[in-house]
Write a protein that binds this ligand. Structure first.
Ligand code: ACO
Length: 321
């Protein structure tokens, strides 16, 4: 059993920061960033919250789906930069979009693989139900960026994307996932301070994202190609038959390396990283929405969706649209 993508939506905050603007503050330049990552600019929340961006993207997804909100029985909100630990972002979406109360609503943290993990989870939970699911990926990743660390602050951007899906027996859906616990390659410490007066407290460190860039690069190339190969084998489909490979937008060179490993022309890998940077869990739904608006998600199209990131986590889905 597969899924039907009924509608999509996205939102990028209007404040755009170019590589040249970053270079005014840190020792970097447009040529280095473009050639190493493919990024030209990114958007940063300036007053927008994770919830406010997600609400806009989710509303658009519901509108383009053309369904009654009462049909939504599941909300999964993928993020690693939630506005709060509780209430969950998914619960606040239920309230702000006036969704029915008889739903299952929760947040999911699988970093940049969050949307892939969420789609797999949603498809499992929708089995045998006639209901629809609202899947959101949204990040204010600028909150956890150390803007004095030139090797990470140039990579990321904020934004939100969403999709409304339903179970559909006429569609194909296969997946392959992985998790490799690792807090050295990529980690963002908890922002919570322990103010318990009865216990000894360790000195708190700033809660910034830290990343061993080249280790993560190698992991991303290895695991994206591995999970895509695995899912295509499960589905019995050749890479050459795929219309689009929708990969997490982390770095143009990671995508180009995966394309080379899979022996697929790079033209089959849509990209928007030039203007978004790495928006973590939001990157795949933002790109899917752009593709949908460009009428690329045509009925019957064969699509691979793949994510990789903090956790470490990775996963790939093969589906027919
Ligand atoms: N501007 C100029 N020079 C820089 C910059 C910069 N912004 N950043 C680093 N450099 C320098 C380094 O200091 C180093 O200089 P040195 O040789 O004098 O020491 C040199 O450039 C090369 O540094 P590397 O780290 O080896 O550069 P690399 O080619 O590996 O590119 C990058 C770095 C872009 C971070 C790359 O490793 C990468 O993209 N990694 C993957 C990151 C990623 O995609 N993460 C995704 C998951 S994120 C998530 O899940 C939340």
């Amino acid at each position: 059993m597969g899924i039907k993508i009924l509608g999509t939506g996205s939102f990028l905050p209007p404040t755009a920061v170019t590589n040249d603007m970053l270079a005014e503050r840190i020792d970097t330049n447009d040529e280095w960033i473009r050639s190493r990552t493919g990024i030209g600019s990114r958007h940063f929340a300036d007053g927008e919250t994770n919830l406010s961006m997600a609400t806009i993207a989710a509303n658009e997804a519901i509108q383009t789906a053309g369904i009654d909100k009462a049909e939504i029985k599941l909300v999964i909100f993928a993020t690693l930069t939630a506005d709060n630990f509780t209430p969950s972002m998914a619960c606040l979406i239920q309230r702000d979009l006036a969704l029915p109360e008889d739903i299952l609503a929760f947040d999911l943290n699988a970093a940049c693989s969050g949307f892939v993990y969420s789609l797999i989870t949603a498809r499992a939970l929708l089995q045998g139900s006639g209901g629809a699911a609202l899947i959101i990926g949204a990040e204010v990743i600028s909150r956890i960026i150390d803007f004095t660390d030139r090797s990470t602050c140039i990579l990321f951007g904020d934004g939100a994307g969403a999709a409304v899906i339903k179970a559909d027996e006429t569609k194909e859906f296969f997946f392959s996932t992985g998790a490799r616990g690792d807090d050295e390659a990529l980690a963002s410490p908890s922002a919570m301070l322990n103010e318990n007066p009865f216990v000894r407290r360790e000195a708190e460190e700033p809660a910034f994202l830290k990343m061993a860039g080249s280790d993560v690069f190698r992991f991303a190339v290895e695991c994206s190609a591995k999970s895509i190969t695995e899912v295509l084998n499960k589905a019995g489909v050749q890479a050459s038959e795929i219309d689009y490979f929708v990969l997490h937008q982390a770095n143009e060179r990671i995508i180009a390396s995966a394309a080379k490993k899979l022996k697929v022309p790079i033209g089959k890998f849509p990209m928007n990283i030039d203007k978004t940077g790495n928006t973590s869990a939001a990157s795949i739904p933002i790109l899917l929405d752009e593709m949908n608006k460009a009428n690329k998600l045509k009925e019957g199209a064969k699509v691979v969706i793949a994510g990789f990131g903090g956790g470490l986590t990775y996963g790939a889905i093969y589906l027919t649209v």
